[in-house]
Design a protein around this ligand. Structure first.
Ligand code: GDD
Ligand code: MG
Length: 340
């Protein structure tokens, strides 16, 4: 089965980390986010993935030199200009010649969803489109649905979607069930998307499918995170240490990192090539490849790609690749370098 994976966003909410590395290539537990996603699609029966890109494919070619990720074949569709989610799906499907039931995934979603179960629910319902749903406490930052006819199917509750609202104002959400960013589509969906211009799957196509009565959802209770915002990107990493993920886990410290035995690390991931000096305390933090934490520095709940010099204190901060926290400085609830 084919899948289109949407990876053409600019990763704005993860700046400055995404200034050097596109969002899907950022590591989650030492492995690029996109690679974890493709491997999961592969476990669910996907054989061919087309990456829908809005920018240069070079970093992806480097990650998948033989155009394969495990057993999955990887190809690319590079949009001449960003076409938004539906425009990108249409462009990628045309490029790859997709003409049967296929999967679509947002490239920043980390989940334990069994894609095979979503495909099965889609077939049972005879749907044109079936989307994965997750219940969350604050649905307003997502696409929110109203689901009817909920019946047990493939480890979740399946039903017709009666309403789809993208990012409703807080307090106006029709339910707490959100679009979890994995879809199964019939090729008929592609005919609803005009070619060659910006079209949003969430704002244009889903409301049209709801109107046609052919859109279904499968609500599950799987682990699920949209890793496209800093706190959740950090959580997506640290959750791999907890042993709670069904198929995924990781080591806290990369074998290629240099961590002084006099450093104290708690619930922290240290990437390849990172350096942690003596006397430091690092808690609930992801130190990305190339990150540096100098002697006696204290770092908590942060993402560090750049340098934290000796005796500095860093709390709930993002230090980009070019970022330097000077010796003895304090940084809290901020990004370095500062964002415009
Ligand atoms: N190729 C391409 N071209 N990809 C794009 C474009 C584009 O023009 N615009 C966005 N994308 C990709 C992003 O890279 C991301 O993988 C995916 O489409 C979704 O975009 P986000 O920017 O991450 O959207 P969001 O997180 O605000 O909301 C989406 O995901 C939520 C679940 O995580 C929506 O689908 C919501 O309805 C959903 O609840
Ligand atoms: Mg997102």
């Amino acid at each position: 089965m084919d899948a289109v994976v949407l990876v053409g966003g600019f990763g704005t909410r993860l700046r400055p980390l995404t200034e050097q590395i596109p969002k899907p290539m950022l590591p989650v537990g030492h492995v690029p986010m996109i690679e974890r996603l493709i491997r999961r699609l592969g476990r669910g029966g996907v054989t061919d993935v087309v990456l829908a890109l809005g920018f240069k494919p070079e970093p992806f070619h480097e990650a998948f030199p033989a155009d394969r990720c495990g057993d999955v074949r990887v190809t690319y569709a590079v949009e001449p200009e960003p076409l938004d989610t539906a425009g990108a799906i249409r462009f990628a499907a045309d490029t790859a010649g997709i003409d049967s039931t296929f999967v679509v995934a947002n490239g920043d979603v980390m989940t334990d969803l069994d894609v095979g179960a979503l495909v099965e629910a889609h077939r049972v319902a005879g749907a044109e489109a079936t989307i994965h749903l997750i219940g969350v406490e604050d649905p307003s930052a997502f696409g929110v649905v109203e689901l009817v006819d909920g019946s047990e199917s493939g480890g979740g509750r399946a039903g017709r979607i009666e309403r789809f609202v993208e990012k409703p104002a807080p307090g106006t959400e029709p339910s707490n069930l959100i679009n979890a960013g994995t879809y199964v589509f019939e090729p008929a969906v592609l005919e609803r998307i005009p070619a060659g211009r910006r079209v949003s799957i969430e704002r244009d196509t889903f409301p049209e499918l709801v109107e046609a009565g052919s859109m279904f959802g499968l609500a599950t209770v799987d682990y699920w995170i949209d890793a496209g915002v800093p706190d959740l990107y950090r959580a997506a990493n640290l959750d791999l240490l907890s042993g709670d993920r069904v198929h995924d886990s990781c080591e806290a410290i990369s074998p290629d990192a240099s961590v002084d035995p006099g450093a104290t690390l708690m619930n922290t991931i240290v990437g390849a090539g990172a350096v942690i000096e003596s006397g430091t305390t690092v808690v609930d933090t992801v130190v990305l490849p190339g990150g540096f934490i100098g002697a006696r520095a204290q770092v908590e709940s942060s993402l560090v790609m750049g340098r934290v010099e000796a005796d500095a204190t860093v709390i709930e901060a993002i230090i980009g690749a070019e970022g330097v926290v000077a010796e003895g400085d304090h940084v809290a609830f901020d990004t370095v370098p500062a964002q415009q």
